[in-house]
Write a protein that binds this ligand. Structure first.
Ligand code: FES
Ligand SMILES: [Fe+2]
Length: 418
């Protein structure tokens, strides 16, 4: 379905015959595809994660974020309502809001001092009537026609989502039942911010979307996980796909480790180590829930992931900053009713992930290795056949790329790549 003025590919993308078990490398490196994604995905019928509600707790609070490459402002008005607008002045297009977050009564552009209220309405134009009867805007200038471009906004379990589309159904139906239930499990009570950081990774954003769905790499690449028995494929676990396939949950149950012989037979490197931590309290976790799940990652299309490793709860958000550059944000949270000791444990376990984390620092470079390895091979394709060719949930194995096939199923559908 081509839209008026829509960006088109000068060379159509032909997906290889075996469908989502093959991923054309061109998708990671083509600037025209990146431009098309802005229209069809980020300005299209998806709910984009914008920020956490706890980022803007009070009336007048604002936070800046990004939808695809579009800069946005999220505000809370005096009555508690949440709004999201494009951070682009209606006059000449300058960024209106230059800070990451703050509190204000109005948003004023520094270029020519046009100002907007917290709902994005234009409320003031400097020299609107000119000076001494000369200059200024015409009589017919209507400020109501020149507010900031608005997004639809909805919140769900403390997450603020926005969309440019009028067609997108509610966030809850966009997520579907299994996804919304699991978000309620993890984020369904008042949250407390523990800290955030961001890092630049040198790869296409979709490589990170694949990586968080790649349940099979964690046991191989992340030797810390395996050595210290936090997440291994010989624990009970599984993959849950959303009905439309593009969101997923991957989970593991630490107490069910059964030291599978395959680890030794196949010489999986980390399983050969015999190490002890000098600070074993790092992994001294308490059970948060009675479902036995001690490690989970949930990815929501297009660019959100929620991680719960032991007691470390983190919302990850990854933003395209060019065809081979992505900014990855980590928002670490706890619960408002946590004790001081619980907060201290969550903060300590936060060291497992992030740019310098004990576990996930590898993801920061492995995606770059794919970006570099596939450079100059737009006609070749990657393989995703672990666990079969189907795109289905699995309650018995995470030695599968089903969630990756799920991502590409949704991606092909929304991009129109049949
Ligand atoms: S660009 Fe914002 S006031 Fe002119
Ligand atoms: Fe990883």
């Amino acid at each position: 379905m081509a839209l008026a003025n829509e960006h088109r590919l000068s060379e159509p993308l032909i997906w290889p015959e075996p469908g989502v078990t093959r991923i054309p490398y061109r998708l990671y490196a083509d600037r025209e595809i990146l431009a098309l994604e802005q229209q069809r995905i980020f300005r299209g019928p998806v709910w984009n994660f914008l920020c956490l509600e706890i980022d803007i707790p009070e009336g007048g609070d604002f936070k800046t974020s990004t939808v695809g490459e579009v800069p946005v402002i999220i505000t809370r008005d005096e009555d508690g309502g949440i709004h999201a607008m494009v951070n682009r002045c209606a006059h000449k297009g300058a960024l209106v809001c230059l800070k990451e977050k703050g509190n204000a009564r109005a948003l004023t552009c520094i270029y020519h001092a046009w100002s907007y209220d917290l709902r994005g309405r234009l409320t003031g134009v400097a020299f609107r009537n000119g000076l001494k009867g000369k200059g200024g805007l015409g009589e017919d200038f209507d400020p109501d026609q020149h507010g900031l471009e608005r997004l639809r906004v909805e919140t769900f379990c403390g997450l603020v989502f926005g969309t440019f589309s009028e067609q997108t159904p509610s966030v809850e139906s966009y997520l579907g039942q299994p996804m919304s239930k699991f978000i309620r499990r993890n984020l369904g009570k008042p949250l407390k911010p523990l800290g955030m950081h961001s890092q630049i990774i040198h790869n296409n954003w979709k490589l990170y979307a694949e990586n968080v769905r790649d349940s099979y790499h964690a046991t191989l690449l992340h030797t810390f996980y395996t050595t210290f028995k936090i997440n291994r494929l010989d624990m009970d676990g599984g993959i849950v796909l959303a009905e439309d396939k593009w969101h997923h949950i991957s989970y593991a149950k630490r107490d069910t480790l059964d030291e599978a012989a395959e680890y030794k037979e196949q010489k999986i490197h980390a399983a050969q180590y015999n190490s002890n931590l000098a600070g074993p309290q790092l992994l001294d976790a308490w059970n948060e829930f009675d479902d036995g799940i001690t490690h989970s990652i949930q990815a929501i299309f297009p660019n959100l992931a929620i991680q719960f490793t032991l007691n470390s709860l983190c919302v990850r958000f990854f933003v395209p900053r060019g065809v081979d550059k992505t900014e990855l944000f980590w928002y670490y949270v706890g619960y408002a009713d946590d004790t001081e000791e619980q907060t201290a444990v969550r903060v300590m376990q936060g060291n497992l992930t992030g740019a310098a984390g004990l576990v996930s620092l590898e993801d920061g470079c492995i995606n770059e290795f794919v970006q570099r390895g596939t450079r100059g091979s737009p006609g070749a394709a990657g393989l995703a056949e672990m666990g079969g060719r189907e795109v289905e949930s699995s309650d018995s194995s995470r030695a599968t790329e089903a969630a990756i096939r799920g991502f590409w199923t949704g991606y092909r559908r929304i991009m129109g790549f049949d």
